[in-house]
Ligand binder design. Structure first.
Ligand code: HEC
Length: 122
C-alpha cells in the first residue's frame, strides 16, 4: 500500500511538471504571436483609417496629403524623435490637421496602428 502511495504522488508530480512545462511554452508562444498579431491588426486599422492621409507606405504622398501635409513617417530621424506614447496620444487626441481617433477606435486599435506605423520606417 505504501509503495502505491509513493507511486501515485510521483505520478501526480510528473503530471504537474508536464502541465507547467506546456503552459510555460504556450505563454512564450503567445507573447511572440501577440506582438505579431498586434502589427497585423494595426495594418488593418491603418488601411481603413490612416492610409487616406499617410499613404500605404507612410510617406504621405496622397491627394489628401496635398491639403493636410502629413509627415513622412518612413523617415528614421522622424521616427526617432517621437516616442510611442506621444504617437498614441497624438492619434487619440488629434494633432494639427489630424483628427482625434479616440471616439472612433479602441485604445488597443490605436496602439496597434502605432505599432504598425513603427514598421513603416525605411
Ligand atoms: C485627415 C488626415 C489624417 C488621417 C486620417 C490620419 N492622420 Fe496622422 N497625421 C496627419 C497630419 C496632418 C499629421 C501631422 C500633425 C502635425 O504635427 O501637425 C499627422 C501626424 C501623425 C503622427 C505623428 C504624431 C506626432 O506626435 O508627431 C502619427 C504617429 C500619425 N499621424 C498616425 C496616424 C494613424 C495611426 C492614423 C490612423 C488611425 C492617422 N495618423 C490618421 C493626418 C492624418
Amino acid at each position: 500500500m505504501k509503495s502505491m502511495k509513493v507511486f501515485m504522488s510521483l505520478a501526480v508530480a510528473c503530471l504537474l511538471g508536464a502541465t507547467a512545462a506546456v503552459s510555460g511554452y504556450s505563454a512564450a508562444a503567445q507573447k511572440k504571436g501577440g506582438a505579431q498579431s498586434q502589427v497585423a491588426r494595426g495594418r488593418e486599422v491603418y488601411t481603413s483609417s490612416c492610409v487616406r492621409c499617410h499613404g500605404a507606405d507612410g510617406a504621405g504622398h496622397t491627394r489628401l496629403a496635398e491639403i493636410v501635409e502629413p509627415p513622412d513617417m518612413t523617415d528614421p530621424a522622424w521616427q526617432r524623435q517621437r516616442s510611442t506614447a506621444r504617437m498614441i496620444a497624438s492619434v487619440s487626441n488629434g494633432r494639427g490637421q489630424m483628427p482625434a481617433f479616440k471616439k472612433k477606435l479602441s485604445r488597443q486599435d490605436i496602439a496597434a496602428a502605432v505599432a504598425y506605423v513603427r514598421t513603416l520606417k525605411r
